[in-house]
Design a protein around this ligand. Structure first.
Ligand SMILES: Nc1ncnc2c1ncn2[C@@H]1O[C@H](COP(=O)(O)OP(=O)(O)O)[C@@H](O)[C@H]1O
Ligand SMILES: [Mg+2]
Length: 223
């Protein structure tokens, strides 16, 4: 059984076709990079896989269940309970400390504050963020903030981590450090990862690469 899968997904924004029959299947624990030029439909495909967007036609399957037919509320609960997210600009909550940001998914799932913070803290050592627990996002470098966002994405032990250009706002060395930590943590946790990037250097961290062109998915030639 695949962890997450798109079958023949078609989606248009008004007159603009974004996906024209996109299919991709990711195995449990696998890290797949979705590559392709800007505007090719990578983020749209990620949003469909994650139950954020609903395809016009086609199907999304998670863990043996079709999820594109669920209600908005059911998909929202699925995202909260089973999926983690990392975006290009960490999107930390500026009013919260780093450890509160990491604890946030647990708090939203109903964990008590002390328990959520206790779960959050080990991620700081794990991701090389020791001593930064009480900083706010404005007091973190770009790379530090993105590692906090990665911890937040993984803290609830999601089945699937969705990462959309997670290093897009970082310089190349910092980006590689974040990718190293993302890949190591995901493999340790057995987390399936859908990684969207337009950079070959970043995609190379994945177990497998696919390319989106004109709204369809092709295997990377030579991979
Ligand atoms: N919310 C939206 N409204 C209208 N058009 C959109 C929207 N999101 C994406 N598009 C269009 O859909 C196509 C695919 O976009 P996207 O999936 O964001 O590409 P990528 O992530 O590969 O850069 C593009 O033509 C883009 O302009
Ligand atoms: Mg995009």
């Amino acid at each position: 059984m695949t962890a997450i899968e798109a079958r023949d997904v078609v989606l248009s924004f008004g007159e603009t076709p974004a996906l024209r029959g996109a299919s991709v299947a990711v195995d449990p624990g696998e890290i797949v990079a979705i590559m392709g030029p800007s505007g090719s439909g990578k983020s749209t495909l990620l949003h469909c896989l994650a139950g954020i967007l609903v395809p016009d036609t086609g199907e999304i399957h998670f863990d043996g269940h079709r999820i594109d037919t669920l209600s908005e509320q059911e998909r929202s609960m699925l995202r909260r309970d089973r999926f983690g997210f990392v975006f290009q600009f960490g999107q930390l909550v500026p009013e919260l400390t780093a450890e509160e940001n990491v604890a946030l998914p647990l708090l939203l799932s109903g964990a008590r504050r002390a328990a959520a913070l206790a779960e959050a803290r080990p991620w700081f050592a794990r991701l090389g963020l020791d001593g930064l627990e009480r900083r706010r996002s404005g007091e973190l470098s770009g790379g530090q903030a993105q590692r906090v966002a990665l911890a937040r994405g993984l803290v609830a032990r999601p089945k699937v981590l969705f990462a959309d250009e997670p290093t897009g706002a970082l310089d190349s060395l910092t980006g590689e450090q974040v990718m190293d930590l993302l890949v190591t943590s995901a493999h340790e946790e057995g987390t399936t990862v859908v990684l969207v990037t337009h950079e070959a250097r970043i995609a190379a961290y994945a177990d497998r690469q696919v390319i989106v062109r004109d709204g369809k998915v092709n295997a990377l030639v030579g991979a």
